[in-house]
Design a protein around this ligand. Sequence first.
Ligand code: AMP
Length: 208
Amino acid sequence: MNLVFLGPPGAGKGTVAAIAKEALGVPHISTGDLFRENIKNETPLGKEVKEIMAKGELVPDDVTVKMVKERLRNPDCKNGYILDGFPRTIYQADELEKFSKVDYAVNFELDSETIVKRLSGRRICKSTGKIYHIVSNPPKVEGIDDETGEPLIQRDDDKEEAIKHRLEVYDKQTAPLIDYYKKRGLLFNIDASASPEASLKKIEKLAK
Ligand code: AMP
């Protein structure tokens, strides 16, 4: 099943995708993670997108579409995929339609106050990408990843100024995708204030 996860930053798309990939047996493809990996490995793409991401801006469409198109060619996508954070513009959605057929766009709905709380408390393990929250999902030892023992970090774009900007970018460029997929009869709304497990149950029903 080919799924697109839509919704504002901080709505829990990445957290749900991380458990849904096991349940559905499809890869979790996060464009944000792919970019972060490139930054960590100091690739030419990483160098190109580093500043853009730190500011909370969107990476240019052509660069992003090319990366996703290549990733979907990977054999692990033969039974489907979860695209998390892509498409983020109407242009990207139009391009995606040209090379893959989306079965559902799962839209994670959440109010902006909760989004800011979630994002500002988010901490991640840089090497594994595992996501924590200082209040709702803390690590066993404060500031340390449970598995690797590495110090957790706060993403540059999870700092207050960048959060504000990312939400503005979301409203302007990404929110129109809700209508885009609704018109195509592919939209499936989820209350993102519920637990990741509750969201997963709803998504699993789609797969049946
Ligand atoms: P995320 O991890 O999904 O919150 O993405 C982090 C950042 O990566 C975004 O703020 C953008 O700078 C960049 N990014 C991720 N996905 C896309 C996309 N589909 N189009 C453009 N930029 C993206």
